[in-house]
Design a protein around this ligand. Structure first.
Ligand SMILES: [Zn+2]
Length: 286
């Protein structure tokens, strides 16, 4: 009888792309913390105070009653210990000595560092562009969702087994709606892109959605680069806003109106920049 391979059905978290939410921004998330992992990291504080033999009464007590002079990392648990001590020592299987020592800086335990080590994920290159502090927070959030492909476009809704009357792009009604089409290939998005590129002096979009992440590599250092990131975030936000307006309120903004709003948002952010902190090139920009 031929063996049947069972494929695991994706969980709700995976379907809706929520797996990456509980990651730091540098790893592609939005800085929520996964409760079970974070609890373990918090308990690792006890590892630190015990192994570094800090001058605390509880540490002295643990040393006398349980460790009896042994190194915490070499200590083997006995059968006649309390449940909380057993739970704590068993955490050594999850949080290693190396991980803990790497998370110590200037004789202080950095819990965030330890949490990131536990996640064991690669840094994402686009984080600095997506979370550029010149852009409005709501623009950054939509840009992050668009970059991760998490917005509820019609193709994503179909993946979640929702029955839709149409899967076509609500703006042009010419192709199936997905992130690549809506933000890059749709005629409307292309018009916004070309009009912004003219006054910005650079092309702010990649041509293909697959190139999106790799295009946003590098930290926006100067003001010009930050402005490009801000223009991208504002454009994506307004295209998405326009799409929702078109779908639910049957109104539509013109390309010129979107262009005007992008300039308005950028001006509002730039005038609030602290001039005193600006240097050379950035100052000359004004
Ligand atoms: Zn379209």
């Amino acid at each position: 009888m031929a063996s049947q391979t069972k494929t695991r059905a994706p969980s709700v978290k995976e379907k809706w792309g929520l797996c990456c939410v509980c990651l730091p921004k540098s790893l592609g998330g939005i800085r929520f913390k996964e409760g079970s992992k974070w609890n373990k990291v918090l308990l690792a504080k006890f590892f630190w105070v015990i192994s570094s033999k800090q001058y605390i009464l509880w540490v002295k007590w643990v040393d006398v009653i349980y460790l009896k002079g042994q190194n915490f990392w070499d200590y083997k648990i006995n059968s006649d210990v309390s449940w909380y001590w057993r739970k704590l020592v068993n955490l050594k299987a999850i949080i290693t000595r190396d991980e803990l020592e790497k998370a110590v800086k200037k004789n202080k335990l950095n819990l965030r560092n330890l949490y990131v080590q536990m996640l064991n994920k690669e840094r994402v290159q686009f984080a600095n562009v997506v979370w550029c502090n010149l852009a409005l927070p709501k623009h950054r959030f939509i840009l992050w969702q668009a970059t991760m492909g998490h917005l509820l476009t019609r193709d994503n809704l179909v993946h979640c087994h929702l029955n839709l009357e149409s899967v076509m792009c609500p703006i042009c009604d010419m192709q199936q709606e997905n992130h690549g089409h809506l933000f890059l290939n749709c005629q409307f998005a292309q018009q916004v892109r070309s009009i912004v590129a003219v006054w910005l002096g650079s092309d702010v979009w990649p041509v293909k959605f697959e190139e999106w992440s790799s295009w946003m590599i590098g930290r926006p250092k100067g003001l010009k680069q930050k402005m490009a990131a801000t223009a991208l975030a504002a454009s994506i936000y307004l295209i998405w806003w326009n799409r929702n307006n078109c779908l639910f309120n049957f109104c539509f903004m013109t390309v010129d109106r979107i262009d005007h709003l992008i300039k308005f948002y950028m001006k509002a952010r730039i005038v609030r920049l602290p001039m005193a902190k600006m240097k050379g090139k950035d100052l000359a920009f004004f």
